[in-house]
Design a protein around this ligand. Sequence first.
Ligand code: HEC
Length: 121
Amino acid sequence: MNVASRFHVFLTSCLAVFMVLSCENPNIKTEIGRENQLETEQNAQINLEGIALMYKYKCAICHGENGVSVMKNAPNLVTTEYNMEERVAIIMYGKGTMPPQKDVLDMPTIRGLAMYIDSLK
Ligand code: HEC
């Protein structure tokens, strides 16, 4: 092979590589991005439903299904002034007659419950 035809082969391979690269569908990445986002939204949805159920099982007997207290001493959660961190602490360690949950529920659930209270307002 002489220098000219070697150069020709080189050019042709460059062109081939370029064509393969430019064939990659640019929409694929956005598609995957969109799917991931959808999945995250669905997970959040499922978790939120799980948390709502957990609230009904664990908290509603005292604080009421809608956060309006059904037990003497248990405060209305609809009007609670406690912020996220304080709620998390109270749910973890309990307070007064409220039972601690730190050995019963995992942290994501405890945080979820603390957040869920906002949705009752
Ligand atoms: C046995 C009844 C009972 C159960 C079950 C219960 N709590 Fe409570 N909760 C209380 C009482 C009583 C207080 C008030 C404690 C105090 O201030 O002495 C309280 C306080 C709170 C507070 C502070 C609100 C405020 O404004 O004072 C939050 C937040 C809270 N509970 C969330 C929850 C969550 C979430 C659950 C479910 C995991 C739960 N509680 C389960 C009785 C209960």
